[in-house]
Design a binder for this molecule. Structure first.
Ligand SMILES: [Fe+2]
Length: 395
């Protein structure tokens, strides 16, 4: 009886939470609030996000420059799915890397191969996922290796990034972000190559990560000595959102342009003067994040693990010629140190936010006009989880 009551109580809690999310998702920008704290802490809400946001949406898992040749592969884990991104010579595929026999992974890490051979009982697969070898199985009645194929995840390559849609139901991504591809043309994203990587296990909800990435209001706090002097919060802005993506800009004070970028790395050859006056913050919902600078693009990959754990991978994406420079390793070392300092400025306050969200006293907080991207994300989440319409993309 007690257990039943507990379940009833828990489900009434989620109903209340969903109502609140729905209410907040319908507020105009001038009255915007954060989502309720439960949207950041509740396992039940996170489970809904797994189904309706993460698995139903598009996630970037690799860049073509990481798989240039036939047989190049990259393994990853994503929401319980073990995947391998592989260049089969004709195209890039994302396959399940769980062996069809007794579920051991057929590969781990990254490398180059002509076939995947499961280390457990040596079942082997082509780069397309077809089973071509299963030793000592001749006495298994009606077993037909030719009919066995590793499941393939739906994937799309957009601007050089390999995206996966786990449940196969999302609208095609390329057309939905065609205007974003156009806006980013000068960065030649599909030509960039992966540079160094910084990785963090963050003890906070994925939305906190996306929100902090997209707003420059907090420059006056944790980045008071790093971003704020050159990129003041006050002159940052976020554009009206499109259905699939949005963007904002950290604008440099006019007095510091153009020298603000002189950090040693050469600028992208096609970058224009306007693109040197601000850094861009691009978001393809739910969490493909790109920070664009005149000399590099930083790809932020968020991977939600639970309501209060999110993995963050910051991958520097560089122009091919940049990596060939003789003093490149030294320049990159300096860049990585600076970037790590800035990331940790965010992460330390974000971890405290997550603790704050668990207080019994917290309620949704009011948002500044500089946090427009949070208001936009609220609508996206409310739409995906509660089915509300997104009529307020534009003010
Ligand atoms: Fe920040």
């Amino acid at each position: 009886m007690g257990a039943v009551k507990e379940i009833e109580k828990a489900s009434s809690g989620i109903d209340e939470l969903l109502h609140e999310v729905q209410r907040i998702g319908a507020l105009p920008l001038q009255r915007a609030e954060t989502l309720p704290p439960g949207a950041y802490t509740s396992q039940a809400f996170f489970d809904l996000e797994v189904k309706h946001v993460f698995k139903a949406g598009w996630t970037s898992v690799a860049h073509v420059s990481q798989l240039p040749g036939t047989g190049d592969y990259l393994s990853l884990n994503w929401l319980g799915e073990q995947m391998v991104v592989v260049n089969d010579g004709a195209r890039i595929r994302v396959l399940s890397r769980v062996c069809l026999h007794r579920w051991a992974p057929i590969c781990e890490g990254k490398g180059n191969t002509s076939t995947f051979v499961c280390p457990f009982h040596k079942w082997s697969y082509t780069l397309e996922g077809r089973l071509i070898g299963a030793p000592l199985m001749d006495q298994a009645e009606s077993f037909d290796p030719a009919s066995c194929t590793l499941p393939e995840f739906r994937s799309e390559v957009v601007d050089g990034f390999v995206f996966v849609n786990v449940d196969g139901t999302a609208d095609p991504l390329g057309p939905a972000v065609a205007d974003m591809s156009e806006a980013l043309a000068n960065y030649e994203l599909d030509r960039l190559v992966a540079g160094s990587v910084l990785e963090y296990e963050c003890k906070f909800n994925w939305k906190i990560m996306v929100e902090t990435f997209m707003e420059c209001y907090h420059h006056i706090g944790p980045h008071a000595d790093t971003f704020e002097p050159d990129f003041p919060a006050k002159i940052s802005y976020v554009e009206d959102s499109r259905l699939a993506w949005t963007r904002g800009f950290g604008v440099a004070r006019p007095e510091v342009v153009p020298d603000v970028w002189d950090v040693g790395l050469p600028r992208f050859p096609k970058i224009n003067a306007k693109e040197c006056e601000a850094f861009g913050l691009y978001l393809i919902y739910p969490f493909h994040m790109l920070a664009t600078f005149p000399d590099r693009v930083v790809w932020f990959q968020a991977q939600p693990v639970g309501p209060d754990v999110t993995l963050l991978r910051c991958q520097q994406m560089l122009y091919p010629d940049t990596k060939a420079l003789p003093d490149f390793p030294k320049m990159m070392e300096i860049q990585d140190k600076t970037f790590d300092v800035i990331n940790l400025e965010d992460i330390s306050v974000n971890e405290k936010q997550q603790i704050g969200a668990k207080s019994g006293f917290v309620k949704p907080g009011r948002l500044s006009h500089l946090e427009k991207a949070i208001w936009q994300l609220n609508q996206y989440v409310a739409h995906k989880i509660t089915g509300t319409s997104r009529t307020l993309l534009h003010r």
